[in-house]
Write a protein that binds this ligand. Sequence first.
Ligand code: AGP
Length: 367
Amino acid sequence: SDAVHAAGGSFMHREIHEQPQSTERALRGRLDERFGTAHLGGLNMDPRETRAIRRVKILGCGSAYYVGQMGASLVEELARIPADAEAASEFRYRNPIIEPDTLYVAVSQSGETIDTLLAVQEIRRKGGRVIGLVNVVGSAIARECDGGIYLHAGPEVAVASTKALTNMFVGFALLALQLGRVRDLSIADGKRLIAGLNRLPGQIAEILEQEEELAAAAARLAEADSLFFIGRVRGFPVAREGAQKFKEISYRHAEAYQTSELKHGPLALIDEALPTVAVVPSDELTDRNVGALHEIAARRGPLVVVTHEDVDLGELDAVRIAVPRNERELDPILLTVPLQLLAYHAALHLGLDIDKPRNLAKSVTVE
Ligand code: AGP
C-alpha cells in the first residue's frame, strides 16, 4: 500500500524491519543445544558464582526499563530467583541497599545514558557486582561493568528504540536460561526455550507481514487525543512499552494500565473517543482479559487487540491482530512488535518527524 511504501524512508522503519536479522545475531554462538543452556562468556562468572546469586535487580531508563521488567519476569520464571526492574534515574537518589549476593544488571542501548551510568557507579562504589546488557561496544556503561552481554543489534539511529529493545529481551532470555540451568530448570525446559528462541526471527518476520493491517489500525488510533494500552502480568510491560513508543513519536497521550486495574478507576474514562490497545496472549489469564474487553466494548470504547490465533474474543467488536505463539515466557517480545508498527504508522499518518521526535534525544547524557 502507499502507507507501507511511504514508510520506507525512515530509520525507524528500517530498524523495525531489520529485527529478524538482528535477533539472529543476538543468538548466534550463544546457545548450547546439548545442555539446553546459554553460553555467555562475557559475564565473567563461573557456575559457583552464578549459583550464589540470590536476587537480580535490573536498572534502565525509559524503554530499557520496561524491557527490564520483561527481563525480571524471565529471570523469575526460568531461574526462580526474585527479580525486579527499577528506573535507573531514581535508583541512586534513595540511598539503595547494595547486597553482595544480588546480581545488578544495567540495560542500555547507547551505553551512555547518564542516569544508568551513575547507578552503575553507585553500585560498584558500594561493592556490588554489575553486568551490562548494552548495544554500543566500548561505551561508558559497558566499560564500567564487571561483565556483560553485548546486544549485537547493530547501529540504531531512530530516537524511538526498536531493534535494540528486542535484543535486550533476547539478552535477558539468555541470562535467565543460564541462571536457571545452574539451578532447577531442567535440560528439557532449557531445550524447549532454545527451540523457542530459534523460532523468534522467523516469527518476527511473520508479524512484519501484517504491516498493512497495522497501518490501517494506526491511522484510526492517531485520530484520538488519548489512548489506553492495557495488559496483565507478562503483558503489562508490553503495554507500557507500547504506550511509550506511541507517545514518543505521535505526541498523543497514551497511558498504560494493568487490565485488572481498569475497574479500580480508569474505566470511568472509557467512551467512543478513547481507544484501547489491549495485549491479550493465550495464557492462564485470557478469559479474565477478554472479560475486561467486553466491559470496554459495553461503554463503546474502540478496541485494537494484540493476541494469539486461538484466543476466542466472542462477538467482540474489535480490530484483531494475531501474532504467532512461542513458548509463553518468550511471547512478550512477539506481542511488542505490532505495537512498534502501530506507533510508527500513527506518526506517519500524522505527518510527523519519525526519527527525530520533538524534545527528545537519542541518548540522555547530561543530568
Ligand atoms: C526509547 O524509544 C526511548 N527513546 C528511551 O526511552 C530510551 O529507551 C532511554 O532513554 C534509554 O536509552 P538507552 O537504552 O540508550 O540507555
